[in-house]
Design a protein around this ligand. Sequence first.
Ligand SMILES: Cc1cc2nc3c(=O)[nH]c(=O)nc-3n(C[C@H](O)[C@H](O)[C@H](O)COP(=O)(O)O)c2cc1C
Length: 263
Amino acid sequence: MKILIINGGPRKGNTWRLTMVVKKMLKRFDSSIRFREVHLSEVGLPFCLGCSNCFRKGHQTCPHYQKIRPIMDLIEECDAVIFSVPCYQGHLPGIMKNFTDHLAFLLHRPRYFKKKALIISTTGGVSAGSTTKALASTLSGWGFNKSYQLPITAFSWNDYHPTKNDLRKTCEVTHRFYLDVNSGKMHTPSLGVVIPFNLFQAMCIGNKGEKDYPTEDNRFWPKYKGMNYAPGIPLTLLHRLLGTVMYLVGKMIAGNVVISYKK
Ligand SMILES: Cc1cc2nc3c(=O)[nH]c(=O)nc-3n(C[C@H](O)[C@H](O)[C@H](O)COP(=O)(O)O)c2cc1C
């Protein structure tokens, strides 16, 4: 099993300390796990410029692609990703938000359908839960099959030592994460994931604006034609029915509205 750890904080503080506890637990569960680490603070990724090249022309045309590509390659190669993200103002630290902005095109063209994630956050007092939840929501839009969340209140700025209770919770969540990744089981996505998948698909194939302003989205979706979600991911009958209805709604919209990314 290969696990990538992304340190989405600007330093190795409380959250990183807890992440290393998780790593140790995982090694105890399975000594054959291979880990890779990325520290975003060392990558030197400039701010997303909002050029929208990734949406329109493909993420390879991002001016910062040379920085983004190695991380995307590492995500592709691993079975699961651990995100280590301290709580800053009830949300992700800027350095992590900047990273997710560079991958926002994945909300239009999801790809990590077989990946699972563990999101770890520590907070001084409140809102570690909203931090992990925000990232989990982004990851489900990127296609991630399942995200486990470990929000912990550290009551500390820089001197956090996990309490007995924290260790119990950490062990329980880490164990569930490990068993799930090890099983290779794929989970049924939520309806909130299947609906935009089908809408986007319908709206990006043969829409009114496509001829004048062809985009990478137009080129991406035809491979999923006739599918309500990515192959190999189980869907219930309800998912399929709703997916098909949303596809038809998307087709109606695409036939009447000019969708263009004209700048
Ligand atoms: C810029 C900044 C914003 C913070 N925002 C919050 C917050 O919204 N709520 C909170 O309870 N603690 C907040 N804290 C405290 C941190 O969440 C807490 O100390 C956390 O454990 C830091 O993790 P780290 O050591 O991995 O950076 C903030 C700290 C910083 C530096």
